[in-house]
Design a protein around this ligand. Structure first.
Ligand code: TYD
Ligand code: MG
Length: 459
């Protein structure tokens, strides 16, 4: 490996696109004169892939490699542990991404508070705030003990020697965009700098077996080359998201080398930090209008957990040649497709109507199981008839108007029963196979439907 001929890799300073040769214009972002040669740190993959205690250039037999369970540290914040797959894995590199101001620093500081209380030595490196600012935030969160150290530094070399000398159990880097290394020779936050900083931190994490959390900002356009490129390098990627005004925050695992992905953690931002939301379904349905047309409760599976959400639709006659359609919290094209299915299969002239769809509560859901809820909400608003507020419905809708089976139906039904709903409408294929005892149904009626006509018949 070491003797392999080094290929020069060039990359675009603007978007991070890589090419084996220099290009005058980037084929992706169309920026001119943006290509530079990557620093040698680009060979991060080969280094990070080596397991401790194994020679890197000798092939090993797979069945002789010892895997075992990773050593994990439980943070004590249940929603965070869930997303991490049961705690922090020693020597892992975790990226926490999200819009500015969403609460990344707060979440990590709260994690530090818990861990330092459990006796772990922790280093919090901030390139964005002064010790005073961090202290001010910390005071809102409660008291901290002496195991937490703060370092306000942007120089990568200084940060890395501080980690090597101090040997903490956990390190937070807030944020990766502020880290600067002389060697990468570009401005802080540029792809070259971000890549260099991440590969240095990766090596430190693996060699010292210290877990490192790095914060990455995402701009409005979501195009900061840094975080996108970072995702490939780190072990775990968590995104912290939420709607502007609302106080809900969702921590979503999008990549996890040590656990399942798509798990979500739900928090509420309060005056004194982030509070875990232990019953997300109840929380998401707070303030749901009763007996209003266009409001339907449906059930989505996030990772392994069912969450009930309210889908709202507003359908009204259009004043334009082209009807207006919007979708907040779900896929716009999916909504258009469902409207076309309604038009064709139920013979309703949707082309004459504007439609606005919203998943209440600020959650983003792209699961097909939401289809039946969206269709029911559209029909309810169109007919100006309220959908029974004690009924939950879910199922995937196909192009022929058929209602198709979804995964984990039992869990969804049980969640609805637990929250006191009296009826659940679900795909016929699911209801036929459902094996639930009467006690877990809590008196709830279960209705299977095979198509959207049948949905119309049963409501
Ligand atoms: P912050 O963690 O600084 O966000 P990020 O690191 O993602 O940029 O959080 C900033 C927002 O959170 C800020 O607008 C204030 C709010 N906040 C609270 O509402 N309660 C709190 O206890 C704290 C610490 C912050
Ligand atoms: Mg911050």
């Amino acid at each position: 490996m070491a003797k392999a001929k080094k290929k020069a890799v060039f990359f675009c300073k603007e978007c991070g696109y890589e090419s084996p040769k220099w290009l005058g214009q980037c084929p992706v972002c169309h920026e001119w004169d943006s290509f530079t040669e990557a620093p040698p740190a680009a060979k991060y993959l080969t280094d990070s892939a080596v397991l401790p205690g194994m020679a890197r250039n000798i092939p090993a037999r797979l069945n002789e490699v010892k895997a075992g369970e990773e050593e994990r540290t439980v943070t004590g914040i249940g929603e965070l542990d869930r997303v991490l797959g049961g705690g922090i894995v020693a020597g892992s590199l975790v990226l926490v991404g999200g819009d500015p101001g969403i609460g990344k620093s707060t979440l990590l500081l709260q994690m530090c508070r818990q861990l330092s209380a459990d006796g772990h030595k922790i280093l919090y490196v901030s390139g964005e705030e002064s010790p005073k600012q961090i202290k001010m935030r910390a005071e809102r969160l409660g008291s901290f003990n002496s195991n937490l150290y703060i370092l306000c530094e942007t120089d990568l070399g200084a940060v890395s020697s501080a980690i090597t000398e101090m040997k903490p159990g956990m390190v937070i880097i807030d944020s990766i965009q502020t880290m600067y290394s002389e060697e990468a020779g570009q401005a802080p936050g540029s792809p070259g700098q971000v890549r260099e900083a991440t590969s240095v931190l990766m090596k430190l994490a693996k060699s010292l077996q210290v877990s490192i959390f790095i914060v990455g900002h995402v701009t409005k356009e979501g195009v900061v080359a840094g975080p996108r490129m970072l995702e490939h390098m780190v072990d775990t990627v968590l995104y912290f998201e939420g709607e502007g005004g609302a106080s809900y925050r969702f921590l979503r695992g999008v990549k996890n080398r040590f656990g399942s992905t798509n798990e979500i953690g739900v928090f509420e931002m309060r005056q004194d930090g982030l509070e875990e939301v232990l019953n997300p379904s109840g929380y998401m349905l707070q303030g749901k209008p009763e007996d209003e047309p266009g409001s339907v409760v449906t059930c989505s599976i996030e990772g392994t957990r069912p969450i009930l959400v309210e889908v709202q639709a507003l359908v009204c006659q259009t004043n334009f040649n082209m009807p207006r359609r919007t979708a907040a919290g779900t896929d716009y094209n999916r909504v258009n497709l469902l409207m076309a299915v309604i038009e064709k299969r139920l013979g309703i002239r949707m082309g004459d109507y504007d439609a606005y769809i919203n998943v209440a509560g600020g959650m983003k859901i792209n699961e097909p199981a939401l289809d039946l809820g969206i269709v029911a909400a559209i029909l309810s608003s169109y007919r100006n008839q309220a959908f029974d507020s004690k009924t939950v419905c879910f199922g995937e809708v196909g192009l022929v108007g058929e209602v198709r089976a979804v995964n984990l139906p039992g869990q969804r039904v049980m969640e609805a029963a637990k929250l006191g709903f009296s009826r659940c409408i679900l795909p016929k294929a699911n209801s036929q196979k459902l094996e639930l005892d009467a006690s877990s149904l809590n008196g709830m009626q279960v209705t299977g439907v095979g198509s959207i006509y049948e949905l119309l018949e049963v409501i």
